[in-house]
Design a protein around this ligand. Sequence first.
Ligand code: 6PG
Length: 471
Amino acid sequence: MSNNLFDFGMIGLGVMGRNLLLNMADHGFSVIGFDKDAVKNAALESAATPGTTVKGVPELAQMVQLLQPPRKIMMLVPAGKPVDDVIDSLLPLVEKDDIIIDGGNSHYTDTLRRVQYLGEKGIHFMGMGVSGGEQGARSGPSIMPGGDQTAYKNVKPMLEAIAAKVDGTPCVAYLGRSGAGHYVKMVHNGIEYAIMQLISETYSILKHAGLSNQQLHEVFKSWNEGKLQSFLVEITADIFLQKDDQSAADLVDVISDKAGSKGTGKWTSQDSMELPVAVPVIDTAVAMRTLSGYKDERVKASQLYAENNTEVPAATEEFIQQVHDALYFATILSYAQGLAMLFQASKYLSMDIPMPEVVSVWRGGCIIRSSLLETFAKAYREEAELSNILLNQEVAALVKSVEENTRSLVAFAAKSGIPAAGLMSSLSYFDAFRTESMPTNLIQAQRDYFGAHTYQRIDVPGIFHTEWGPQ
Ligand code: 6PG
């Protein structure tokens, strides 16, 4: 701390803001946070590691005055209007060359607008995805910055210090122009939705097979020790052992099946359609969360369409292996779809997203970290312009090794009426993606028949139209 001025300021001292600041302080930076809530300011200071420089203040102007120029100010506030409100209140207080970072889950189009708006005033604005939840923020998140390169160079040492490390490499890198940081984080969350949906389907299938929560814990724990090693599988194993403190039940059994969402998964789906890029496992995951909210209708339908011929699976080792393999297959497909979306978005939206860096940053600290990302990182090292990781030989070998078991499991789920839309969708995408000739020639014929939309031929170049009619 020089001149009694602080290195870094944070607006919003909720769980993420507080823990990121404490993490920075632990790495030798002097930090100051602003929150109107005195309780949050006190909580920040009392949680600081002894010997670190951490201060919480109730006035924004006070925080800005106490920062070393060029000021580095990050906000962690809810996406949307609150971000614009913070910017408006900061503008009279900051000076040319100061840096403002939005570390929340903002929509990338808002970030584009803000980069432009603040750039015109000489202020560097950076949209930055931060993943890892409370624990990640405190001990090492995955950080996805994009936009202003000058701003990034300025804060790079701080971000590298606080980020998660994998083999000594910090899980942070400059991920592209304009709104790239928030775009990458949006797609990260889309993949997060997909994998969570897939895990919930495998849980449901194994539960139908009669596995107790203790057994489910053991299965997921062993999966996490193998090729399905990932943060989401790891926490799933823990969840099955958690007891409810209000009853004798296992907590998972008393949690309502209506799943919430803040919108980033939906944004991924919406934007994929704008590009367009096909991400059907993510679309399915978003739809299933929506469908989970139809509780009353589902209760009525369950009586109307009683599951009277549901085949109960036998929890044999072979069956559990099939479930494992299907989850592995569909997890690869989820990453493949999300990464393909980033690859295309980078081109269409001129964001220059470096794919090898994206997967490298996701290897540690974030919610979708998994051992599979090492394989993808290798694939991109070999071919940075890989449009879809399914086209990589090594990834293809992994997919093929579990394809048969995935088909058996999906067929079983379909036959026995156990919902497995995500698993099914991943297999359907795979079958369409690996097909040289899709039946969409017929769709072209239909479009030309009723709407003269024209078609192309396989033998002669050009655009054609036919006067169709009953033959
Ligand atoms: C992360 C998470 C984080 C948050 C999700 C939850 O990477 O740390 O993605 O950002 O937990 O936004 O999203 P939903 O509320 O939409 O499930």
